[in-house]
Design a protein around this ligand. Structure first.
Ligand SMILES: [Zn+2]
Length: 104
């Protein structure tokens, strides 16, 4: 039985994987970061999908970890949408195992 990560929001497009990066909250900064569950790269704003302009993963950008945002916290993000429950469950479980995704 794996935990379901919910709700889950995404915006933009990863220039490497062509998937929509997830919106997460950097615990230390309190700001939203966009993490690609495919390649693990992180952006400060939703990537356009045209240009590879990030080379960092969460270990570099958010060493104190991230949490999942609620609906209000992502309301102002251009193009943000909610993913169906159960999306990227295995990838998010790996973040939990690595101590990077923390509850609330
Ligand atoms: Zn990617």
């Amino acid at each position: 039985m794996t935990r379901t990560f919910f709700p889950l929001f995404a915006a933009g497009l990863c220039p490497i994987c062509g998937v929509e990066p997830l919106a997460l909250i950097d615990r230390a900064k309190g700001s939203i970061v966009f993490w690609c569950p495919g390649c693990g790269l992180v952006w400060n704003s939703p990537p356009s999908g045209n240009e590879v302009n990030s080379f960092d993963g969460l270990e570099q950008t958010s060493p104190l970890g991230v949490t999942l945002p609620d609906r209000g916290e992502v309301a102002g993000i251009q193009g943000v949408f909610e993913l169906p429950a159960g999306a990227w469950e295995e990838e998010l479980a790996v973040l939990v195992q690595r101590g990077l995704l923390l509850p609330g």
